[in-house]
Design a protein around this ligand. Sequence first.
Ligand code: ZN
Length: 557
Amino acid sequence: MRKWILAVLAVAVIISGCAKKEAFVKADVNHVKAQLAKLAPVELGANVDRLPPRKQELVRKLVQASRLMDEIFLRQVYSKNLEIRNWLQRSKNPEDKIFLEYFTIMFGPFDRLDDDKPFIGTEPKPLGANYYPEDMTKEAFFRWVKEHPEDKEAFESNFTIIRRQNGRLVAIPYSQAYRELLEPAAELLREAATLAENASLKRYLETRAQAFLSNDYFESDMAWMDLDDPDIEVVIGPYEVYEDRLLSYKAAFESFVTLVDQAESAKLARVAQYLNAMEKNLPIPDKFKNLNRGSSSPIKVVNEVFTAGDTKAGIQTTAFNLPNDERVREAKGSKKVLLKNVAEAKFEKCWRPIVARVLAEDQLPLTRFDAYFNHTLMHEVSHGLGPGIVRLPDGSETTVSKELKETYPTIEEAKADVLGIYNIIFLADQGFFSPASLDTTFVTYLGGMFRSIRFGVQEAHGMANLIEFNYLTEKGAFQVDPKTGRFRVVLEKMRPAIRDLAHDILMLQATLDYQGAVKFIERYGKMPAALQRALDSLADLPVDIRPVYTIERELGK
Ligand code: ZN
């Protein structure tokens, strides 16, 4: 028996010895297949065809420039990415097609759906991605900056990478580090600019092309805030800093090429006329209402034609709020962009399969994408309602966010969700939405909670949903059938329950009641067994979509 084991071990050693010929160790291919299956493929596109030919050509230039953002981001994520990609592309092993597919989605060998665990190679993902020398610590960075104050600005810049040269740390501007990709990208943006008839679009593309070469993004960020082409909404360049988990300084390249959704934009413009009426209608005493709140960030609804880089890696974005440069936000605010076709794809591919398992069957026909999207819109609008800046008895001013501290993100998200429903009810009473749409609003709202909570309650949106779920269940507005384990909305109880919840949350904010917020989250933030059972039954369903862009198919790879 022992001999047999030894023989097996010897064979294993020989096999692993052979495997060393492979440049990188790989995870089990079946594991990678299972991970791929968590992302439902879906074709995404907007009606580029409806644009005049000149604009279509412009969009194609933007897509070509965006593909260069893909290439830059790939270099930003990991120092070995090009080597691994080459190796996978040349491999004759059919399994490597699967590895390459997942590598392409993840922009590297680290699984973004599984805490960045490597599925190719054994090295953990460097905290600072490929923005810093992999062995450089935070302390070494700050020591250098302290000892070389003249380097501070360049080192902390969002738009430099840090490298070690001759024993010294140096900051290299993106314009230099990625010049071979940024120069052609700038050229494509300039070509796109010559096709643009809208002055604001032309200006954004020209200034952004300049920024790629000068490394100064301020002017083009300002130009983006003014962008008002009736058809095209585009953002391209280095923006978010999440990929830099070492210091959160370095911005990742990405791009969104989108077309404005005219019907939704018109709807939003009409909703804006009710802003004051909605504030007046809030279920709190008048003295807490915020009737001279300045206009908050504008909201635009668009459909995605193509995305690239950071935003495309792993989980797909359904909304973004840019720019991040505080100087621009101070001068011009920020812009919120909602990606409607992405939301719809997620609704069909990820949302529907969930509710099909957990909602009462007779209420399933009441789930609708338009109800879901209207709630998303009204959620965003509702962030701009209610107490924001509050005057203290001594005359000084403070903000709700400062006073509610770490409870604020959860309380604010719950507020936006509940006011979203509360305001849909109000607008239906005004004749803006049809009264019959309220039932679909309520059932679709409950359905959406399962997806949010499934993503995790350690994050503000998930926790907010759990709180809403428990509160509304306590009020009898949601019920679970003990036999089937399925949930339903008790439709006639929704109006008063939503009003009560909106009141309670708004009063926590209006009275700056930090202790109250802590208690509220404690009381309603617990996971009920019936809900946990429902969530457990969803384990095999896709967690997100994997977009295939119509335009990319047309342009060829
Ligand atoms: Zn929100």
